[in-house]
Design a protein around this ligand. Structure first.
Ligand SMILES: [Zn+2]
Length: 103
């Protein structure tokens, strides 16, 4: 099956994976996150990159959509001089760990 039309050529980039990721991001955005200060799952997004715990009012900067960015993990690993392949694996590990995390 071959798709033609305005989206032709963008199909690979903006296909179901991106949609799935978008859904995941929105889900992450809406669900409460664990507070690094008090440990309660009461952290909500104040604004882009700003997260606030409604339990202890601890406010901290984080990712735009999740308190902890995968990019941070990559940056840490990159700083240690890990090869790109290793870094990619690390990100995948983080992503699969996030998938399994249910509350
Ligand atoms: Zn807290």
């Amino acid at each position: 099956m071959k798709k033609v039309g305005p989206t032709r050529g963008l199909g690979v980039r903006y296909g179901s994976t991106v949609r799935k990721r978008y859904v995941k991001v929105i889900t992450e955005l809406k669900k409460p996150h664990r507070c690094p200060q008090c440990g309660f799952t009461r952290v909500k997004r104040e604004s882009v990159g700003i997260w606030k715990c409604s339990k202890c009012e601890y406010t901290f900067a984080g990712g735009a959509y999740t308190p902890v960015t995968k990019l941070g993990v990559v940056a840490k690993r990159a700083a240690k001089g890990a090869p790109v392949e290793e870094t990619t694996k690390a990100v995948e590990a983080v992503e699969s760990a996030t998938d399994e995390e249910t509350e």
